[in-house]
Design a protein around this ligand. Structure first.
Ligand SMILES: Cc1cc2nc3c(=O)[nH]c(=O)nc-3n(C[C@H](O)[C@H](O)[C@H](O)COP(=O)(O)OP(=O)(O)OC[C@H]3O[C@@H](n4cnc5c(N)ncnc54)[C@H](O)[C@@H]3O)c2cc1C
Length: 440
């Protein structure tokens, strides 16, 4: 069902009670534990403990909400990096529209201090649900319940010729940070007249509109700085999978001279020396710059810990508690999940992870405190830039029907592009708000 924006906003207002509540600030010690390579990294005292794995879009919010809702619970957040670089808005940096990644980088000090969250900077190597322990490179942590939001990794084994070095030559930039810089530098070094080839995988993958946004921004960059160059987007899907009328209009209106979209082209082989990608060995595409976004699955730790489903890719979860049917006491949110859905699934987005984290935190506490669980009701809004000053969006409400997540309402931007400038500003504001929510 499609709604006009006014009725949609009304519905969001009523459906997202929990998601919008809980803005109260709290204080806490935030004292970081002394991290040492001992067997028991931080012995568990009498307080009940939730260990959260992954300090990205889902994990920061889950950790914060557990502490905001129940101060008696000790929360330990385990994250392998001292800083988190956001994928949302990394396309602007890649396409040379921002000079650095400062606006998309956050640390954890304020979050920890404000809420009394204990940070452990380490890589989790095993989630042992039977022993109720998380094994990290710095030692083990016992827990009462564990929430995991580790994001994605890549199914590179499905691409012939792909090895540990391929991502340096053909960057994916689908995890923000060093990969984003690599792709940006390659674009800037490319001589005018060059060809950029982008390849995107079949769904499901992280951020359905993300590759199309990137194509617009790279095309915009080429049009402005390298007008004799062109961009080819090879989509493994037969057709555009997100905001199709808006992206196709942007391509044909702004980038018709330097951009080509080709659907149904799944890259199966790479030739790094020959700077090309191949479709089933039948058709080769050569590029001066190749942005190869491989097919995806839940992060490595989920595979190692036996938390992925029969597809060996994504993690099944209960749609109310987000608990894994494979590991009692382990709750999974964000991109790694395969939520039971009736209709189009909840997109793998930062906003989805944020919505899921709030309900997961609430229900983890309800289970720990012997209270009834509450039903999921969340929102997702994804802004996508189509140029350096215009954006379009898709907004969706999700709720629970018969144990499955369903979307009763979706709205996309007007087709006449009358709101694109305003939506660009809304997108920038969204980023600031959500990163502030994650880091304070
Ligand atoms: C180019 C691009 C643009 C995007 N734009 C948008 C957008 O506009 N809006 C939107 O809503 N979403 C967008 N997304 C999607 C968004 O980035 C993801 O959906 C979101 O990050 C998922 O959150 P998460 O918590 O599941 O994973 P992440 O945010 O990736 O967090 C995972 C964290 O877990 C840590 N981790 C992983 N494994 C371990 C381990 N073993 N031990 C310790 N730590 C570990 C990682 O270091 C990371 O910090 C975009 C994505 C891309 C690629």
């Amino acid at each position: 069902m499609t709604f006009d924006r006014r009725s949609f906003i009304k519905l969001v207002g009523s459906a997202s009670g929990l998601a919008l509540a809980g803005c109260a600030t709290t204080t806490g010690s935030g004292d970081a534990p002394a991290v040492g390579k001992t067997a028991e990294l931080m012995p568990k005292g009498s307080a009940r403990r939730v260990v959260v794995v992954g300090g990205g879009y889902g994990g920061t919010i889950a950790a914060k909400y557990i502490r905001m809702l129940d101060k008696s619970i000790e929360v330990v957040l385990v994250e392998k990096s001292k800083q988190f670089v956001s994928c949302p808005f990394s396309n602007f940096y890649i396409a040379g529209m921002t000079n650095d990644m400062n606006a998309i980088t956050i640390g954890y000090d304020k979050l920890a201090a404000n809420h009394g969250i204990k940070m452990v900077y380490a890589e989790v190597t095993q989630i042992d649900a039977a022993a109720k322990k998380v094994v990290t490179t710095e030692g083990t942590l016992a827990y009462d319940r564990c929430i995991v939001s580790p994001g994605i990794d890549f199914r590179t084994e499905e691409i012939e010729g792909y090895n540990a070095k391929t991502a340096e030559a053909f960057p994916h930039a689908w995890k923000a940070g060093a990969q984003s810089t690599l792709l940006r530098n390659q674009l800037q070094a490319m001589p005018d007249g060059g060809t950029v080839v982008m390849s995107m995988p079949l769904t499901p993958y992280r951020c359905p509109p993300g590759p199309y946004e990137r194509s617009c921004l790279i095309a915009h960059y080429l049009k402005k700085h390298k007008p004799k160059s062109k961009l080819i987007l090879l989509d493994a899907n037969p057709d555009v999978v997100s905001k199709k009328p808006l992206f196709t209009k942007a391509w044909s209106t702004y980038y018709k001279d330097n951009f080509q979209y080709i659907g149904g082209k799944k890259v199966t082989q790479v030739n790094v020396a020959g700077k090309s990608v191949s479709i089933e060995g039948i058709e080769d595409f050569k590029g001066d710059v190749i942005n190869l976004i491989p097919p995806q699955r839940a992060a490595d730790i989920m595979v190692k810990s036996g938390l992925v489903g029969d597809d060996k890719r994504w993690c099944p979860v209960d749609a109310i508690s987000f608990e894994s049917p494979k590991a009692k006491g382990v709750h999974i949110i964000g991109d790694a999940t395969a939520l039971p859905s009736d209709g189009p699934p909840m997109p793998k987005s930062g906003y989805s992870a944020n919505s899921q984290a709030k309900f997961c935190a609430q229900n983890v506490l309800n289970l720990m405190n012997g209270k009834p669980t509450v039903e999921f009701s969340g929102i997702n809004v994804c802004y996508s830039a189509i140029s350096d000053h215009e954006s379009v969006s898709i907004a969706q409400v999700f709720n629970l029907q018969n144990g499955k997540i369903k979307s009763p309402a979706t709205a996309i931007s007007p087709a006449d592009f009358s709101l694109t400038k305003a939506e660009h500003a809304y997108g920038e504001s969204w980023l600031k708000n959500i990163l502030t929510e994650m880091s304070t």
